[in-house]
Design a protein around this ligand. Structure first.
Ligand code: ZN
Length: 332
């Protein structure tokens, strides 16, 4: 990823590029919450919500005559309804399956609204979802109309790999055996099409967030990700891009580890370390307050906590609020 111009990286768009009604909402949402659908492979559609900041996630729609698939849903009922509208327009019928890239509410809150026949996810996801953070506590983010969120758990879980047949096409759902962004990060790989839905293992234009996973685990996971033959990456947040999106993520995660090591040697807290740090190029990515959560995770790991082990998430978020000087910016 090139950080030099501060912009998101673009892959060549295929097919149409259509702005949906929610994308034309007034007020502060106009620029930041634009929704569009992009054909990223033959008959493989990415549902993109700009600018990809907190809770503005991407989803996937793969229409197929007998059984269509969604990759993830959205954070709010209203946004999920737009996914459903777009899916209908693309020819998706009543029989649908869903692949969940991980448990976070921006990717799963709309599951019950879509109401698929079944949901596939990594085996860690049910317990992660059961922790009950689907809708964040009041005061953490600025006001969001979430709608009536009903948590819908996965029906089928897998450990390392699950192969699906979608029409003529082989689709591999992969977990790389270690925590990274969360414990249960799955990617959806279309080997014949060289397309990868990376979930939140890829942020394009936003700050990676490892608080609920592992900084070192994410770095290790990048090695496995790079072994895949991929032309188009659909990140969990931000515009579709190429595999070089992982270069910026690697650079950032190494930066976090180095800061964490220094903070431990100097005996300063994650918040102090973050406040005293110049983020440099990384400040151009949105949601830069994630540095605080990332330091909480990295410092725990360097102090001997095993990757992905429970740490105090609440303390980390309170520190992120302090760093940010108020509720976190959310356009969902
Ligand atoms: Zn996430």
């Amino acid at each position: 990823m090139s950080l030099s111009d501060g912009s998101q990286q673009r892959a060549p768009a295929m097919g149409h590029d259509r702005v949906s009604p929610l994308g034309q909402e007034p007020e502060h949402r106009t620029v930041s919450a634009m929704i569009h659908v992009e054909e990223v492979g033959d008959g493989i559609f990415a549902f993109i919500q700009r600018d990809g900041s907190w809770y503005l996630n991407n989803a996937g729609i793969i229409p197929e005559r007998k059984l269509s698939y969604f990759v993830d849903s959205a954070a709010t009922v209203n946004r999920t309804k737009v996914i459903i509208e777009e899916a209908r327009r693309l020819g998706v019928g009543d029989r649908v399956g869903m692949i969940a890239t991980h448990h976070h509410g921006d990717h799963t809150n709309g599951n019950a609204t879509i109401d698929p026949t079944f949901i596939v996810a990594h085996a860690s996801v049910p317990a992660e979802m059961a922790q009950g953070f689907a809708v964040p506590p009041p005061g953490l983010f600025n006001d969001v109309d979430w709608g009536e969120i009903v948590v819908r758990q996965p029906d089928v879980v897998f450990e390392r790999e699950l192969d699906l047949q979608i029409g003529e096409r082989l689709v591999r759902v992969l977990h790389f055996g270690r925590p990274a962004h969360t414990l249960g990060d799955a990617v959806v790989y279309f080997p014949q099409d060289h397309v990868l839905f990376a979930g939140d293992l890829a942020f394009n234009g936003g700050t990676p967030f490892a608080l609920m996973g592992s900084v070192q685990g994410w770095l290790d996971t990048l090695v496995a990700l790079r072994a895949l033959e991929v032309t188009v990456v659909v990140p969990g947040h931000g515009d579709p891009c190429g595999m070089d999106v992982f270069d910026g993520i690697e650079r950032y995660l190494r930066f976090v580890l180095e800061l964490a090591g220094n903070a431990l040697r100097e005996g300063v807290s994650p918040l102090e370390a973050a406040v005293n740090t110049d983020l440099g190029d990384f400040a151009q990515w949105h949601d830069s307050e994630r540095i605080v959560g990332n330091l909480h995770r990295a410092m725990a790991e360097l102090s001997g906590a095993s990757p992905g082990s429970p740490i105090n998430i609440q303390t980390a978020f309170v520190d992120m609020l302090k760093y940010n000087g108020g509720p976190l910016r959310c356009f969902a």
